[in-house]
Every structure is written in C-alpha cells, then in structure tokens.
Design a protein around this ligand. Structure first.
Ligand code: RP5
Length: 173
C-alpha cells in the first residue's frame, strides 16, 4: 500500500472539520493515503497558494477543498494548478451552504472545479470521487470501487425485501 499522501484535503476553518472528516473516512475506506490541513482563501492566501504550488511535487494527485460562506477556496486552488480540484460546500452561515455552493459551482470557463453536494454527503462523495479519479490508473482500486458499488446495491435489495415483509404484515388483510 502507498503511504505517501495522494489526496490533499484543505478546509477554510477548523470549524469545517466535522464535515470534511467524511472525505477522510471515505479515502481510508479505499486505503488511499491523504493529508488534511486548514488554509483559507481569504485569511491565509499565501499559505493556500504555497500549499497548492508544492502539492504536485509532493505526490498529491487530487485536491479537495471544503469551505463555507463566500467560499473561494476551491476556485483559488484551481487557479494555481492543473490537478483536479473537488469542492465541498459547507453550511456555515444563515444561507445554509447555498452561498458556498453557488460560489463553488459557478466557476468561469477555463477553471473547472468539481462541486459536490452541500455538507456531509458532499464530503463523502468528494472522497469517493477522488478514489474514482485515482482508479483510472489503478486496477486494484477499480476493483475496490466495483465491490463498494455492489455492496451498496446488495444493501438496497435487502432493504426492499424488509419493506416487502412489512407491507405484507401491515396490509395483507
Ligand atoms: C469559511 O468561512 C470557512 O470555510 C468556514 O466554513 C467559514 C467560517 O469560518 P470560521 O469563522 O468558522 O472560522 O472561510
């Protein structure tokens, strides 16, 4: 197993951690080494820029950015690199993440950012999506992702069976 981080997770504030932890958990599920730090587009622009400029050289292949409010983190990262950038909008203000979602998803042509759903589902999907990007050149990782999809499908089939039994019990007479 590789130990050098392949995915770099950045978040605008330590207050984003409970959400962004979902990305880390998804990556761990697929045995993908990652690193995680706090860096803000607005409060620490130089720290963010330095991290991104050095990322590829250190072996990072995918970047994930989680941020709330006027969330420019993913965009400024994407401005400085050709590594794929995945964005996670975080519900951190009175606008409940819609502000971050629109800031992340409405990138101008030429600077793509792959924006996930708001909150924990988006953070988890960011980890899975990063795994899918890495799997394009990794047969073993592709098998793990295939197994994961099959397990999810089996889980749904099991729930459908359980629901059928409840329907039988509740409506059969
Ligand atoms: C964003 O502003 C962060 O990503 C965070 O979601 C939000 C609020 O930051 P804190 O004031 O909680 O540090 O930059």
């Amino acid at each position: 197993m590789q130990t050098q981080p392949q995915v770099g997770i950045l978040m605008g504030s330590d207050n984003d951690y409970e959400i962004m932890k979902e990305t880390a958990l998804a990556l761990r599920q697929f045995d993908i080494p990652f690193e995680m730090t706090v860096s803000s587009a607005h409060r620490t622009p130089e720290r963010t820029s330095k991290y991104v400029r050095e990322a590829r050289e250190r072996g990072i292949k995918v970047l994930v950015a989680g941020a709330g409010a006027a969330a420019h983190l993913a965009g400024v990262i994407a401005a400085e690199t050709t590594l794929p950038v995945i964005a996670v909008p975080i519900d951190a203000t009175a606008l409940q993440g819609l502000d971050a979602l629109l800031a992340m998803v409405q990138m101008p042509a030429g600077i793509p950012v792959a924006t996930m759903a708001i909150g924990k589902a988006g953070a988890r999907n960011a980890g899975i999506f990063a795994a899918q990007i890495l799997a394009t050149h990794d047969a073993a990782l592709t098998r793990k992702l295939d197994d994961f999809k099959e397990e999810m499908a089996a889980g749904v089939a099991k729930k459908a069976d359980a629901l059928a039994q409840r329907l039988q019990a509740d409506f059969s007479n």
